[in-house]
Design a protein around this ligand. Sequence first.
Ligand code: HEC
Length: 138
Amino acid sequence: MTSTLSPSQGLRRHWLGAAIWLLPLAAAATGATDQLAGYESAAGRRGNAAQGEAFFTAKHGREWACASCHGVPPTKPGQHRSTGKAIAPLAPAFEPKRFTEPAKTEKWFRRNCNDVLGRECNAGEKADVLAWLVGLKP
Ligand code: HEC
């Protein structure tokens, strides 16, 4: 019996080791691109900015689109459709506090998606929206 690893087994071990080291980093993500990477890995695909823009600006069978409160493009302050309160720009290049707190991001995705779609957004939809937002530059 031999305990030598074949080259492919060795590689797989190496990859697993790296993934385990990276997990805590992903959990501590604090920026828009980190959160984008988290949603992309949960969705198993890259975010698609064009799809994100279409998703954000469309109505989904209800009264509001994401854009109803956040504006299009969301690079300027938006306005809440029912309370009239100002909402800081959603695109992170225009508002540095955006997407720095994953718990806050998740809370608002849940709430807003329920308002707009009547259900939660899935990881792919969040990745698409974030891919679009991250690409909006001054
Ligand atoms: C009825 C008004 C309204 C609609 C419609 C709406 N939002 Fe929001 N959104 C808000 C408010 C209010 C906040 C929280 C205040 C803030 O962060 O400025 C917020 C915050 C967020 C955040 C938190 C960002 C961060 O800083 O982490 C995300 C993400 C978000 N919205 C995405 C969406 C998406 C996607 C849609 C469409 C599915 C949507 N919103 C539709 C009002 C709205």
